[in-house]
Every structure is written in C-alpha cells, then in structure tokens.
Design a protein around this ligand. Sequence first.
Ligand code: 26V
Length: 798
Amino acid sequence: MFKTKEEFKYEFSKRIIEAYGRTVEESHITEKFMVLESMVRDYASVNWAMTKMAVQQKSMKQLHYFSMEFLIGRLLVNNMMNLGIYDIAKEGLAEFDINIHELEELEADAGLGNGGLGRLAACFIDSLASLSYPAFGQTIRYDYGFFKQKIEDGYQVEVPDQWLQLGYKWEVRKPKHACEIKFWGKVIWNDKKGKWEHVEAESVRAVPYDVPVVGNDTLITNTLRLWKAEPSENIPVNKDFQQYANEVNMICQTLYPDDSTLAGKILRLKQQYFFVAAGLNSIVRAHLRVYKDLSNFHEKNVIQLNDTHPVLVIPELMRILLDEYDYEWDDAWEIVKHSCAYTNHTILAEALEKWPVDMMRDLLPRVYQIIEEIDRRFVGFVKQKTDGNEDILNKVRIINNGQVHMAHLAIAGSFSVNGVAGLHSEILMTREMKEFNDLYPGKFNNKTNGVTHRRWLAYSNPELTALLKETIGDEWIKEPDQLTCLNKYVNDSIVQAKFYNVKQKRKQVLADYIKEHNDIDVDVNSIFDIQVKRLHAYKRQLLNVMHIIYLYQEMKQNPNFRIYPRTFIFGAKAAPSYYFAKKVIKLINSVADKVNNDPETNQFLKVVFLENYGVTLAEKIMPAADVSEQISTAGKEASGTGNMKFMLNGAVTLGTLDGANVEIAERVGEDNVVIFGLRDHEVEALKASHSYSAWNYYNNNPKIKKVVDSLTDGTFHPSREEFKIIFDELMSKNDEYFLLADFEAYRQAQEKINDLYQQRQKWSAMCLKNIAEAGYFSSDRTIEEYVRDIWHLEKVKH
Ligand code: 26V
C-alpha cells in the first residue's frame, strides 16, 4: 500500500489504466473518483482482514448493533482522514492537476436513515472502530435512501434518492454468507420430530453487502452489513414468478420515510423481520464456526436493539434456539435475555410500535407463536410480582387488544433498557415505563447520546481545528475530554479574536452556498441563527417562525424598533404525508419571500430555507452557526444530537430544558446558554389540570394576536386558506405543543441573544466555553459508557 505521495501517484495512474484503459489526463472525473474510492477501500481492507482474524483467534465478545437506519453520509474524506492518508492523496492528486474537493463532491450521501436515530447509529460505529472495539452494524441495503427534498414555489417536493447510481465502491457483496428467510405459510406440529415446523412458507434470499468501518488512528476496521433481498432458488411452486420477484424487490426498495404514520405496515414488518433474521443467521453461523454450540452465545455476543424496529431479534433468536438447535424454553430464554439490550429513542405515544396480531400471525406464523408464549409466561411473572394487579398487567402486557406491543416485548426480552439523555431516561423510569421499572429494578439506565467529534469538528471544520491545535494541541482528537484545556483560554482576548475570525470564515462559506442555491445575499456580520432538524410539531419550528413574524411586524410598525441584523436559517424535511409539517415549510418560505424583499427591513432580517437538509449539508451548516435553536416542548425531545454538533462548533444554544439541552446547560453553566420556557413538570401539570387555553394567550397578548392573525389575513399568502391549518392547530386544537405559552419567554430569550451578540468578547467567550465543554458529548464517551455498563467488550489489539 502507498506510503508516500509518489507511491500514491504510481498506484493511482496504474489503476486508472487497468480499469479504463486511459491515462489519468484522459480519464473522466467520475473515473478518477471511483478509482480513488476503491484505492481507499483496498487500503482499509488489510486492516479489515486482520481485525476479523484477531477477533476470531482471541475468541472476543462482539457487539452487534441492529438498526433499521444508518445515516452514514459520505465516507471518502472520513476514511482517508481516519487512515491518515488524506494529505498524501490530496498532494498526489494536485500533481495530476486534480482538486481533491471536486472528487469529494461526487460521492453520494448514503442517507439510509430518517434523522437522529439513524445518525446516532453512524456516529456509534465510527466511535466503536476508533476505540478499537469489535463491532458489527446490521441493517438493510435500501435501493433508495431518504428522499431528496426540492422546494418548488415554497412547497416541499420529494424526489427519489438514487444513491447507488454511480455504484457504491465501499461495499463488498458476500454471496457466501447468503441465507433464506421465510414468510407466510403455517406452523404444524411434527410428531415424529417432536417439534413445530414452518411449512408452505415463501422463501426470500438475503445477501449481505459489507462496508468497512474505518477507525481513526487504529488498526481496527469493523463491518457494517447491509442486507439485500433477492429471489430464492426455492421459488414457491404455484406462485407467478413476476409477482414473487416484485414482492421480493419491494422489501429493500425504500427506507420508511414516514415517522408520523404507520402506512405500508406489512412491508415495514417484512423489512424488520428480513434483516433481523438474516443478521441473526449470520451471527449464529459465525459463532458455530468457533464454538461447539450456542450455550455461550450471550458470552460472546451482545445485541443492541436500536429502538423497537429490530425487536423481532428476541423471538427469532428463541426460534433458532428452540427449533434449529433443540434448546429447552428456559435455557433458550436465558440466552436470549442475556444477549439483548434495548434503547428507547422517543416517548411520543404515536411512535411506539404496535403490530396487529392478525398481520403478524399471517406473515410470521412461528415467530408469532413464540411471542404468544413469551407473553403467556410474562403474564404469569407479572401476576406473581404484583399480586394479580389487573391495572398493572393491562399496562405492561405484550399482547393486548389484538396488538403486539414491541416496546413491551423489548423490555421483557432484554437485560438492559436505556434512554438517550438524563431527562428522557428519568421520564421513562418514573412515568412512561414506571411499571416496568418497578418490575425489573436495575434494568433501566441512561446513556446520554453523543456525536463523533471527528466528523463533526475535526474534519468538517478544519479552520477551527487548526485554531484548537495551535491553542491546546491535538490530544482532543483521541481524547475529546481534553477540549476542556480550552477553558484556560475562554477569556483570552487573542484566542477570542481568532475564534471570531474562524467563525466569520465559516459563515462566508455558508453565505456563498446560500447565494448559489437560494440566490439570497446574506450578511456574514449578521447573527446566523439556525434551526436544522426533521420537521415535527413538537420541535416547534413554528415558534421560531412566529417570532420572526413578530420581529418583522414590529419593525414595520415602529421605525425606532430595529434589531441587530439576523439571518434565520432553516433546514428540515417533512414526512411526505405530514400535512401540517409541509405547511410549516411553506410558511417559512412565504415569510422569507416577504421579509427578504422588503427594503425597509431586509438589512436587519433575512430568512433562508435550505433545501435537502442531510449529513453533507449539515457539515457546512454546523461550523457557521452563531445560535443553535433547540426549542422543543419540554419532555418531548428524547435527546437531540444536532444540539451537540452546534456546540462542538462553538454556537450558543438557545433552548428549552429538554433532552440533552439540560446536560449542555449544566456543563457550560447558565451564563453560557440561553434557556427559556416551560419545564417538563410544568408542561405535565398544565396538561393534567386541563387549564391551558390558547385563546387566553391570544386575547391577553397583543403581540401574539397580531402574529396569529397574520396567518389568515393574507399577509403571507393571497389565499386566506393557505395557512388555515396552522391557525387551527394553534387555536381550534388548543396548541398541543404550548407555543403560545412559551412565546413571550422565547421572545425575551431572543432579545437576550440580540444583546449578548453585540458584546463581541463576551459572546466569543461563551462560544469558547461551549467548545471547551463539548468533549463530553462525543460519542466516544457514550460508547465507553455502553461498554462499561452494558456490552462489556475488550479492545482489539493486534
Ligand atoms: C417518530 C414519531 C412518530 C409519530 C410522530 C412523532 C414522532 C417523533 C419522532 C419519531 C422518531 C422516533 C425515533 C427517533 O428518531 N428518535 C430520535 O432519536 C435521537 C437519537 O437518540 C434523539 O436524539 C432524538 O431526540 C429522538 O427524537
């Protein structure tokens, strides 16, 4: 493998000739890109093979992270940086007159996820490899990733994301590890064998595609396994092949883009079982290549269930143990219970998965039968623990009212259940899952989320990285806690000034992007106030817009009211069927049109909606933010991880005490964040007392009234109907997420930002303090906690 620029150049030109029969100069830019990508993959392959051998030879315990989503983003820069070959490649390419950044831009953004949950999985596998822990990711190889968002006339339009178009050089197809997955059919008792058999099933072939997960400055390379469904050779006899092939292709066609409704239910359940069964099959086979049986399965494997989507692991592993390896129920259950751990990512009732019994029984007859037995035994356990308390039983049953409650199954079949931030875990234990916590003391725990500081700071913000290196050295790249060394420089006016310059540079990069994509001129001396995340009512992008409308109205009405120039930037995808969320996008764009084109105010106020927010765009956005908007209704956002990415890049959080904002505020101290609004217990009390009235706020606060009225009086759209649904959410449906209750506090918090930003030194000190304390929010810390409390892994040493 190349070690020098010269060796790189030799290898690069040789490969171009071999692959395309041309010289470097003659080759097309996509050919250069693909050759570079395959060179990096092959470079990683040496470590990849060694890692597999080392893990096997030393009989090490492995983690299997099962997740329906991995929001990977691009890998080229990340992998080259982690391998320490970025500079060699960059300089080598430059000598061929190739700008490496142009090649970087050709890589598709692997968007195999919806949002926070999927990106967390991607950060976790990065940290696992970088910390040298043996780990596998298991997921689905979707033909189309999360949809691409276009904005047309202010409306969101969804376009398929054809991420595999250029070919995906990182993956390696592994047909030798393929297996068969069974759906439909029925279960019969085979008296001769003395066991249940699944007959007349429809088989689907599952083929894995492995992607190397390259760690930073380590010899460890882990594997992300993507499963693809293909027609089986055992085609059902009396089924039309065309129809069968279509059904098979559907399984991995699209990522479920909708986290607001459960449409396409059967397909979704099929997807879940498909990758769970395939993943488990490969783990079991790998285990049996080393050990004589499965009795030590849980000592050598730990399976983390990323939300309830992969929870069928529990009954499927039971099925394998019972039906294929003849274990007794109790022994099998012990193995399963000690292998599985479950992470909860939301308490929103609508998001807790339930499957109709009939559907599950038809699609997965044997698995359903096992779930019934798990439920039967669980009911016995609960009755005995609670002296037959029917209320408690009703709340915790796995099968209830014709539905299978996946979170309940997950808790019953796991040895650990965790939430993703302190407040969230607390709410799970004391409120949402209290009965379970009483039944299983010690099973619940908290693991506050984190993000990889390599991608989200070291690689995406080279200017800030350079400043940090010259100020505190580079130890923080390996040990993110070392960022606290920056505490010494928080009040150093030279470092403050340098930081300010870095921020201005990064704001310019984003400003250029905005000019190119939105044709809006934004002033880099204005405050860049950014809210980027999925669009959901509870995240309250609408509160942000309402405040913008208020500022605009106030400036129009009162020539003495002027704010420090502010650029409000949004990025958000709405689920395709989420009507309200799509209207909020339209509203943001309509407000933007109005205020950006008003010469009376537009030197003070600009609004920008960035199309197609995703991992790659986030890498441009985070470094450029002054203010990080984290304004969900308290109690609703499990953690948030965007808040951590902003913090790492020295933005000040403007937020409610929700999710991980609570811990951010604790760490930086109240002077270095701007916190506002109702607390979780206040929201709960308001709900419980049924005393909240949106109309009271509307009638008693003229500012609120004026903003709300503007939604339907033609100010932002000629049709008064356009935003009627937003008006109705607030007024007719009594403002479920308490926007009006928090409006005044938010307005004041924004005023505080307005004042603080103008005190340049003080503001820079706040930003530096945020960076200094951000090491805690590295996913390296999170992973170490999972390892210590749940996974109990050893590091791989070569
Ligand atoms: C699903 C639904 C469905 C019904 C409507 C509301 C709603 C809201 C959210 C979801 C997504 C649930 C899973 C998820 O992505 N949770 C996110 O996980 C992140 C990583 O732990 C965490 O930072 C976010 O706070 C959490 O929303």
